[in-house]
Design a protein around this ligand. Structure first.
Ligand code: MEV
Length: 426
């Protein structure tokens, strides 16, 4: 949270050259010039470092990083870095955060960072007896993995509890699943949890008389939820020919569609994940884990539905809420290795994984608001067209000021095609 007043309110940021934007960041945040150069390419992720991250490395892959402006989360100004290839996402989040500012910004909270490790126990003759024996020996089992990850233990985390689930019907017959509940503190925690579940194999087999098969973290991190809410005063919502009431009610009607139809809910939630993933990737976290958790959570009632909810309060304001699993870390994994992820965490000034989770769900809710506002009024193509036209101009070989000139002409003519861009270059 930056101490600079109105630090995330950067009205002209959009119009600046990239270097000027970097100067604004230097002035408005705790970043220094070394941080900026880690974002600018040359001092970013090197092939040598990448070679230590995965196998068969042949290079590194770049994606644009932009700053979403206007965010206030729990009263703190936040400049939010987003890594994404899709145009209009950063602009959409910034616009929605500006609307939210008028109502005090986003209020967010999160559970303690507890992950679930699953242990599948097969070949049991008597499920009830195995269950009983596991419960009898629960403390001994938990004690055997206390302190197994010294770093997490030092941070106050570690194994917390054990739960047993009976799978009475399955394609291979009945079996038991042991859930190990593990507080991973500021780490995402997959390694710690997987180590602990593997370590438990002999004791679980001894106690149950069964055979331990899979031992792995669950990405349905439904004990590690983060939620955000926002209130947009009615008067903020009107624009152009659209009255505030029409925009507000249109957003609620759009949400209602997603709440009852999985075909729409998938796209609605994809819009949320545009914002969520962009911050998850920027911070070096595992976005596949977040995606898996989000969609499994959205289907928890048995029918896939919206992760968010929109309604009107007594004052006629538009209110939004979101809740989803948010297993992100600020230590371990790529967060501590990737040079620009380290800069992003510095810029966000987060002090715990929970604080990061709270920002990310707020961005998800903002992104959802931006998408529903556009879809229920002028549609999304108008907003997309400007940046898309620039991409088409670049693909046609335009450079420097020529890019904007050709793009604006194509948008005005409503003819955004490579062929037209090539003609305009002649
Ligand atoms: C596009 O990336 C995201 C949207 O489709 C989300 C939505 O439909 O709510 C615009």
């Amino acid at each position: 949270m930056t101490c600079y007043k109105n630090a995330s309110r950067l009205p002209d940021f959009y119009n600046l050259e990239v270097q000027k934007r970097q100067q604004v960041l230097l002035a408005k945040s705790t970043l220094d010039s070394e941080h900026i150069s880690a974002l600018s390419g040359d001092d970013g992720l090197t092939v040598e470092n990448a070679n230590h991250m995965i196998e068969n490395v042949i290079g590194v892959h770049g994606l644009p990083m932009g700053i979403a402006t206007n965010f206030i989360v729990n009263g703190n100004e936040r400049l939010v870095p987003m890594v994404i290839e899709e145009s209009s996402v950063v602009a959409g989040a910034s616009l929605a955060a500006k609307l939210a500012r008028a109502g005090g910004g986003f209020k967010a909270k999160s559970n303690s960072p507890e992950m679930i490790g699953q242990i599948q126990v097969l070949d049991l003759e008597d499920l009830d007896l195995a269950y009983h024996n596991l419960m009898e020996n629960k403390q001994t089992i938990l004690d055997s993995v206390i302190g197994i990850d010294p770093v997490i233990s030092e941070l106050g985390g570690g194994v917390k509890d054990m739960e047993i689930r009976l799978m009475e019907k399955s394609p291979i017959g009945p079996f038991i699943v042991v859930h190990l509940i593990y507080d991973t503190r500021d780490a995402m925690g997959a390694n710690a949890v997987n180590t602990a579940t593997e370590h438990l194999t002999p004791i679980i087999e001894e106690v149950t008389g069964g055979r331990v098969h899979l031992r792995i973290l669950s990405n349905l991190a439904d004990r590690r939820l983060a939620s955000a809410s926002v209130t947009i005063p009615l008067e903020e919502l009107g624009f152009g020919n659209y009255s505030a009431e029409k925009v507000r009610d249109g957003i609620i009607e759009a949400w209602a569609f997603a709440s009852v139809d999985p075909y729409r809910a998938a796209t609605h939630n994809k819009g949320i994940m545009n914002g969520v993933d962009a911050v998850v990737i920027a911070t070096g976290n595992d976005w596949r884990a977040i995606e898996a958790g989000a969609h499994a959570y959205a289907a928890r009632s048995g029918s896939y539905t919206s992760l968010s909810k929109w309604y009107v309060d007594n004052h006629g304001s538009l209110c939004g809420e979101i809740e989803m699993p948010m297993a992100v870390g600020i230590v371990g994994g790529a967060t501590g290795v990737h040079p620009s992820a380290k800069v992003v965490l510095e810029l966000l000034e987060v002090r715990s994984s929970s604080e990061l989770a709270e920002i990310i769900v707020s961005v998800g809710l903002a992104q959802n608001l931006a998408a529903l506002r556009a879809l229920s009024t002028e549609g999304i193509q108008r907003g997309h067209m400007g940046l898309h036209a620039r991409q088409v101009a670049i693909a046609a070989g335009a450079e420097g000021s020529e890019v904007n000139m050709i793009a604006s002409k194509m948008v005005l003519e409503n003819d955004v095609r490579i062929k037209r861009a090539l003609e305009l270059r002649r």
